[in-house]
Structures are given as C-alpha cells and as structure tokens.
Design a protein around this ligand. Structure first.
Ligand code: IPM
Ligand code: MN
Length: 353
C-alpha cells in the first residue's frame, strides 16, 4: 500500500514522541512492503511564532492532500499565562477538526494487565476494562454561537439532526464490531439538545437489532465509569460531555501516556495521543512514546492493515512486559528507559518479529 502521511509534531514533547512514532511506522512499512511518504507541517505554538496562525493554510493543504495525519500535541504555557493572547495553540486543534470535518473522535480506554496497579482505581475494577468513547467533535458548545460582554456570556449547545445521526451511526457501527453494547450518554432530563439526541437514537435503534442500547445521564455515566468501568463497551456522546468523560477515562489505565485516539469524518483522518504537550518535559527524553506509537497502530487499522496494527500492539505489550518503560510507569527499584530507548526497543522487536 502507498500512504501519504502528514506529520504534525506540534509543541513540547510532540517532536520527541513523533520521532518514535515515525520510526515505528517505517519499521512496519519495510516489514510489510508498504511505501510511506511523510510531509511535515507546522501547528500550535510553533506555527503562531512563525506564521501568526496555529493552523496555517499551508498546513491545512498538507493535511487535506494526505491519506492520514499523524499529530502529536500542541500547547505552550506562555499562552496559558497570558489572558490577553488573541490566538492560542488550542485554536489550531479546533480549526483542524472543523476544516477537515473530523466529527467522530474515537478514544479507546484500554488497560494493560501489568499496569493495573498504577491506576488510581482498585486493580480488580480496572483489570480487563476495555471500552471506547465516541465523542462528537465538530458541533455542540464548542462551535455554537457565543457571546460575551462584561455582564453576561453564553455558549450555544447547537446540534442538527444530520450531525447527530452521523455520529450515532458511528457509535452503532462501532458497537457492532465490538461487544454490541452501546451507551448513549446525554442530559436529556435537562437539555433540549440531549432530548434530540435521545429521540434520534431511539429512531435508529430498530436498524441495529443486534446492538444492546442503553441511555445514561452524563452525571451518572461519570460515576459509573469509575465505579464499574467494565460495564461499558462503546459510549457515544456530544462534544463537551465527551471532552470531560475522556479525561476521566484516560486516568483509568494508570498513565495518560498510553492512550491513542482517532478523529475521522469528511476528509483526512487524524491520529493522535490523548495527552497534551507536557512542556515541562520537553527535551528531557522522559515522555512516554506509547500513545503516539499506538496512534500509528490505529492509523494502520483504519486502512484495514490489521496485521500491521496487531504487530505494533504486540510490540508495545512486550515492551511493557519486559519493563522497558518510561519513568512514570517504571517498575519500582528498576531502571527507567528514555523516550528514544523505548522507541528503539519497539522498532527492534518489529524488525525481528
Ligand atoms: C481535547 C482537548 C481539546 C478539547 C482542547 C485542547 C481544545 O482538551 O482534545 O480533549 O477540549 O477538545
Ligand atoms: Mn480534553
């Protein structure tokens, strides 16, 4: 297969983890005979510094013309601490989602047996938990009409039927490929937008008689996620609830540095770690590259390259089992590996497999 990949390393630890993601991609490509080409582009704080725009037009064109985007992370404290900043790196992420029409954000919450003790939850609750949150990504409060003056402000949680239908369809179909259990998360007891979601989901149910559907209010879902994470298989929800619930979900596995994600929709799909740019760790070779490497696996699986994705997952599992781990998950009393060393170990495993 020929693949054209747009590479957006972004800020902070982004370039370091991206280097390992690309090295793993190269190792898989040469093993399976795929032809991969890369084009790097600016985004985030870097792009603001150089071009005044966190998602410049030329970056958009590179993304649009690629088969997939591999994204690392954006963000820089110099913007967080400046309330007067007119442009922020995060706007680049939102612009990318909107311009590429990435309405479906797929965030798996997976646990690793050898790391369950790292979870803030009890090991028996976490062991075996495995679910996917499908978050609507281009609508809702993030993009609805906004207003702010000195005395009042509002954000509109606006959704249309086609927007809701297409994301619910992703949810139903995802559930079909997994354990056929879909939880629609909303706040239909209070919000009109949620009532529309629920109405449409109920209308769609008969098309998926093989999927068990339940409806859960978001407050209850946030509780259930930590009280009984194994209850969930696939959950689908609106943009804002999905943002909050996936941060909660990301800590279940014990390290945010482990979780990849995919955003798909109308144009080029984007694959990226769930975590951010961790500016404090920049240049220190301590960031966990696994979320980036697993994002490469998700990308390959998106193109139906199942063996390729599976090999990366096996290599990641083997690295953890062999205690080849970055500091935040290192074995007590054992040595920690650097970002580069974890990446190199995984590349080596793939070459030898
Ligand atoms: C995420 C992030 C973004 C969001 C921010 C950085 C705009 O938190 O990808 O979850 O809120 O969607
Ligand atoms: Mn978030």
């Amino acid at each position: 297969m020929k693949l054209k990949i747009a590479v957006l390393p972004g800020d902070g630890i982004g370039p370091e983890i991206m280097e390992q993601g690309v090295a793993v991609m190269d190792a898989v490509a040469s093993k399976f005979g795929h032809e991969v080409t890369y084009k790097e582009a600016l985004c985030g704080a870097h792009a603001i510094d150089e071009l005044g725009d966190p998602f410049p037009e030329e970056t958009y064109e590179v993304c649009r013309d690629a088969d997939a985007v591999l994204f690392a992370a954006v963000g820089d404290p110099k913007f967080d601490n400046d309330p007067t900043a007119k442009v922020r790196p995060e706007q680049g992420l939102l612009a990318m989602r909107k311009k590429l029409g990435l309405f479906a954000n797929i965030r798996p919450v997976q646990t690793f047996k050898c790391l369950v003790h790292k979870s803030p939850l009890k090991a028996d609750l976490v062991d075996g938990a495995d679910f996917v949150c499908i978050r609507e990504l281009t609508g809702g409060m993030y993009f609805g009409e906004k207003y702010q003056d000195n005395d009042k402000a509002y954000d509109t949680n606006y959704y249309t039927r086609p927007e809701v239908e297409r994301i619910l369809k992703v949810g139903f179909e995802y559930a079909r490929r997994r354990n056929r259990h879909l939880t629609v998360v909303d706040k239909a007891n209070v919000l009109a937008s949620s009532r529309l979601w629920r109405q449409i989901a109920k209308e769609m149910e008969p098309q998926y008689p093989d999927v068990d559907v339940d409806y859960m209010f978001v407050d209850n879902a946030s509780m259930r996620m930590i009280a009984e994470p194994k209850f969930f298989d696939v959950m689908v929800t609106e943009n804002t609830f999905g943002d909050i619930l996936t941060d909660e979900g990301s800590c279940i596995s014990g390290s945010m540095g482990l979780l990849p994600s995919a955003s798909t929709g109308e144009s080029t799909p984007v694959f990226e770690p769930v975590h951010g740019s961790w500016p404090q760790a920049k240049g220190q070779n301590i960031a966990n590259p696994l979320a980036q490497i697993l994002s490469v696996a998700m990308m390959l699986e998106h193109f139906d390259l199942k063996d390729e994705g599976a090999l990366i997952r096996r290599a990641v599992d083997a690295s953890l089992d062999n205690n080849v781990r970055t500091p935040e998950i290192q074995v007590e009393g054992g040595a920690a590996y650097g970002t580069k060393e974890v990446g190199a170990w995984i590349v080596d495993y793939i070459r030898k497999a």
